[in-house]
Write a new protein. Structure first.
Length: 572
């Protein structure tokens, strides 16, 4: 990338305060809540976090850090049917990997079940809630439409005493799932459908991952969310835009419970992250996992944080991406190329340059002495002045990429061909003299000669000689074998979730994974650890997969070297 292009992108990143920061600074200036800032990240433990959650994590923790506040991690565990301790652990791992620490111990909405139940009875006692015997289907029919008022429940005017008795019997387990619900008594003609006597509690006979069988009634999200914020002293409850229509209910419930001289949380909505060539619904991601379209939640093709980590994305690049996307009030779709650009940008500064040949073609240097080997010096990372150098072995027999040779090359093919010269990276200039072929005509070996005085850095005139191409290579005698997994986008359509007449799975990319079994790597990679990241010269960025075993490396491709996103920005 040219210097002026880097400066342009850097200037684009200089931004003014987003609208949430403006609200926070105004609250601090007005000494609201004694100028304290307390945010929370409240995931439901019913799946693994994805890149959209990363944006929310960066926002909630970032706001608190910027203004000297604190952030809670609170698990919204109000649905025991879908929740699991596996998800609880994975969420904590993801947040820590991104570089954040929450205040104190992780919290749970289930910590507040007793208090929430007490508050539900308070709403009943003030005539603001009632028990309805109708089924969910019957209630849905009575709710009307945004342009047509709903119909009041025949049970809406039960006495306080009757409602309390029924609600306590619900808690005691006397009724079956769906037999009764607790509803707020608000306004069945409200233009906001969420205010048409919404559910507050439902019966759910299921074992909870923390409270066991203590409860058989569970609060709905809209009832638990705001009250949990209130209990924890949250000042700014940051939610994605789909909760904007829920805010009047959030405030209505708080109005019935709030007491003076306590911190009252304020809900603020921002646009969720939508990424091209991706689905963000946890329900749909779970479907991909359960039906084996992918190998698990951490499949490197998944948009989950664990999948991105396994693929070799860095925490810094994900944070930088979230900050670059910014905070908006309107939903839009972000080009996945921007995420790839941030990963490439970060790895370019950090990743060691290594030699690897993915589709090997043997080269024999006929005039190189048999049995001789040299250990040549090469840079670890020219972008990092402190990265140093390492030694790589050179010998008579090498591997290069099959794509770097053509028997009858076109005029603009500058790599190796019969009678052509190329430089081997950090080594010598070689010239192809002849080829060997198999019985079916496939080229199996290249016979070459080398210029003995042309070794890179030797200071000879030959070492300064210019040739059209420089190729990466690996010494055959020293190479280690590896399996390399090449990943592409999981979906072939830019918006797989945006077709009303088609299922998103119809757009799964059948070529999203290619596995190469006989790749050749330089011997310095023999000690590589799981998660370690590299740039394979001329090929892209890669990392060591968790499936690796001793003497059996498995390598994932993280992202290619081509910077399509930055190129597109320069054209604008």
């Amino acid at each position: 990338m040219k210097m002026e292009d880097k400066s342009k992108i850097a200037n684009e990143e200089e931004r003014s305060l987003n609208f949430i920061e403006q609200i926070v600074e105004e609250d601090i200036e007005n000494k609201k809540n004694e100028a304290k800032i307390h945010t929370r990240f409240p995931p439901e433990p019913n799946g693994y976090l994805h890149i959209g959650h990363a944006k929310s994590i960066v926002l909630n923790f970032g706001i608190a850090q910027k203004y000297g506040g604190i952030t809670n991690l609170r698990f919204d565990d109000t649905n025991p049917v879908t929740e699991d301790t596996e998800y609880v652990q994975s969420i904590q791992n993801d947040i820590k990997w991104l570089g954040y620490e929450w205040e104190g111990e992780a919290l749970y909405t289930s910590d507040y079940f007793d208090k929430l139940y007490e508050w539900a009875e308070k709403l009943i006692n003030t005539g603001k809630a009632y028990v309805d015997d109708q089924s969910a289907e019957e209630i849905a029919k009575q709710k009307g439409t945004p342009t047509k008022p709903g119909v009041e429940s025949p049970f809406r005017n039960r006495t306080i005493e009757e409602n309390l008795d029924l609600f306590r019997r619900m808690k005691a387990g006397e009724f079956k799932n769906g037999e009764k619900v607790l509803r707020a008594k608000i306004d069945m003609s409200s233009p906001n459908m969420h205010l048409r006597d919404p559910f507050l509690y439902r019966i759910l006979h299921a074992k909870h991952h923390r409270t066991g069988d203590k409860w058989c009634i569970y609060p709905m999200y809209d009832f638990a969310h705001g009250q949990s914020d209130y209990i924890e002293g949250i000042t700014h409850s940051l939610c994605t835009l789909e909760f904007e229509v829920h805010r009047p209910l959030y405030d209505w419930i708080l109005d019935g419970l709030y007491t003076e001289n306590t911190v009252r949380p304020r809900q603020i909505e921002f646009a969720r992250l939508n990424l091209s060539y991706t689905v963000m619904s946890k329900r749909k991601l779970l479907e991909l996992v359960k039906n084996n379209y992918v190998t698990g939640w951490d499949d490197p093709r998944m948009p989950t944080i664990s999948g991105l980590r396994r693929r070799g994305y860095t925490a810094e690049s994900v944070r930088n991406f979230a900050e670059k996307v910014g905070i908006a009030k309107r939903n839009n779709v972000i080009d996945v190329g921007l995420l790839e650009f941030r990963v490439r940008e970060d790895l370019n500064k950090k990743a060691q340059r290594m030699m690897a040949v993915l589709n090997p073609l043997k080269v024999i240097i006929d005039n190189y002495p048999e049995g001789k080997e040299e250990w040549l010096e090469t840079d670890n990372n020219p972008e990092d002045e402190n990265a140093g150098k390492r030694k790589i072995p050179f010998s008579r027999e090498l591997y290069i990429e099959q794509a770097d040779f053509m028997e009858n090359p076109p005029r603009k093919f500058f790599r190796l061909g019969i009678g052509r010269e190329v430089r081997l990276k950090s080594a010598y200039i070689i010239k192809c003299e002849s080829v060997e072929k198999s019985a079916d005509g496939e080229i199996t070996v290249l016979h070459c000669t080398y210029d003995v005085d042309s070794r890179s850095g030797s200071g000879t005139e030959a070492s300064k000689r210019k040739v059209k191409a420089t190729l990466h290579w690996v010494s055959a005698a020293h190479a280690i074998n590896a399996e390399v997994r090449l990943y592409d986008r999981l979906f072939s359509d830019e918006d797989p979730d945006g077709h009303k007449d088609k299922n998103f799975k119809e757009f799964l990319n059948s070529e999203s994974l290619s596995v190469l079994k006989d790749c050749k790597l330089e011997p310095n990679l023999a000690s590589a650890k799981v998660g370690e990241q590299f740039q394979f010269q001329r090929l892209g960025y890669f990392c060591v997969d968790k499936d690796s075993q001793e003497n059996a490396l498995v390598i994932n491709k993280t992202v290619g070297l081509r910077d399509n996103w930055a190129k597109a920005q320069r054209k604008k």
